[in-house]
Ligand binder design. Structure first.
Ligand code: SAH
Ligand code: DHB
Ligand code: MG
Length: 222
């Protein structure tokens, strides 16, 4: 087993389960053309998020970390006609690429990409009394996950699902000698998840075209 076989299996699944998709393929091509780093979720991971949001019946979705809008397309496609996705992105350049990709996907009416530091945008939504989100995908600077969680819980309701990407980082999460700020932030994120009696969480490791990583999945209780 090695990264090459993980890739081959991801390609095998993506060929069969997703196939060619003009909006998704175009978003990746335009993102590469604009010089964005290819750190979007894999196609089968994007579909995993999409299915989770549909299973949950999400009408209001929040994403932290837009990049070129690849995961945003998957999430927005899970929404009903009158559903909404708000996606937060620090980089105006990334946000512009994402907005163009979402427009080409026919999703502009459902998606708002908010430019700025995610913490500022979250604080603004909290003070504006923004209605709760049903589903939240956290995928920005991992060191800030603890602060994101604190704000997200103010924008959540009982039943809200919170998914965090990249919680394994090739095993670094469990390496006590690894003191990288993002890894430390992710450990703090798990500590907060487990210390809050309202929250129920699991985490699953993934291998594939994105290497060895994983998701944390949380449901907010009553
Ligand atoms: N969810 C995307 C990938 C996001 S990559 C997908 O799978 O398609 C992480 C993104 O978070 C980058 O675009 C980066 O610019 C953004 N980001 C990093 N720090 C941020 C911050 N403090 N506030 C908002 N966005 C941030
Ligand atoms: C990185 C960020 C991501 O969200 C991801 O899925 C993979 C890599 C990164 O910053 O390196
Ligand atoms: Mg990620």
């Amino acid at each position: 087993m090695n990264e090459q076989t993980w890739h081959a299996v991801d390609d095998w699944f993506s060929d069969r389960l997703i196939g060619a998709d003009e909006a998704l393929d175009g978003a990746l091509a335009a993102s590469a053309q604009a010089g964005l780093r290819a750190i979007n979720v894999a196609p089968n991971q994007g579909k995993f998020l999409h299915l989770l949001a549909r299973i949950q019946g999400a009408r209001r979705i929040l994403e932290i970390g837009t990049l070129g809008g690849y995961s945003a397309i998957w999430l927005a496609r899970a929404l009903p006609e009158d559903g909404t996705l708000v996606s937060l992105e620090f980089s105006p350049e990334n946000a512009a690429v994402a907005r163009a990709n979402l427009a080409r996907a026919g999703l502009s009416d459902k998606v708002t990409v908010v430019t700025g530091l995610a913490l500022d945008s979250l604080d603004a939504m909290v003070s504006d009394g923004t209605p709760p989100f049903d589903f939240v995908f956290i995928d920005a600077d991992k060191r800030s996950n603890p602060q994101y969680l604190e704000r997200v819980l103010k924008l959540a309701r009982p039943g809200t699902v919170i998914v965090a990407d990249n919680v394994v980082r090739s095993g670094r999460i469990a390496d006590p000698n690894d003191h990288d700020a993002d890894v430390v932030g992710l450990r703090d994120y798990f500590d907060r998840l487990t210390q809050d009696a309202r929250l129920d969480t699991t985490a699953v490791q993934t291998v594939g075209s994105k290497g060895w990583d994983g998701f944390a999945i949380t449901v907010v209780g009553g």
